[in-house]
Design a protein. Structure first.
Length: 144
């Protein structure tokens, strides 16, 4: 959308819905930590809120223990060095479904699942551990 940058996706979505954009809250530069409205907490996130990230990364490790004592571990991660995304939905354990553009660089708008709090969950023989790093801010857009 627009020039393909994550900022442009959020900026146009807010402008098209009649909300204020980052430029209404301060100077917009390529490296700024943009403000997109009123700050909200992770527990208050709802669809349409905006997340601003700086040096964000989550690491996920999934371990499976078999009855015979054997097991396996898979790991993956996601990074967003400087990024803006729109909340589609917020779930438990800090998991948030977002709509984003340019993650990875050059990609079109897509749906992603990101995590914003550390957690460990166990279901049967499967244990999933999430570790989150970086800085992120949650904003509720405001009408013009």
């Amino acid at each position: 959308m627009g020039n393909g940058e994550c900022f442009t996706f959020a900026d146009r979505a807010l402008s098209n819905s009649g909300a204020r954009s980052a430029s209404d809250y301060g100077t917009v530069t390529p490296s700024a930590d943009y403000v997109w409205g009123s700050a909200v907490s992770l527990s208050d996130l709802q669809a349409g809120d905006v997340i601003q990230m700086r040096d964000y990364r989550y690491d996920r490790e999934v371990s499976v223990s078999n009855p015979d004592g054997s097991g396996s571990t898979d790991a993956d991660f996601e990074e967003r060095p400087h990024h803006t995304a729109i909340v589609e939905s917020a779930g438990g354990n800090g998991e948030v479904t977002v709509l984003e553009q340019n993650a990875p660089p050059g990609s079109a708008v897509r749906r992603s699942h990101l995590f914003f709090s550390d957690s460990t969950t166990t279901a049967g023989r499967r244990t999933t551990t999430i570790r989150v790093q970086g800085t992120f801010w949650f904003y509720r857009p405001q009408a013009r």
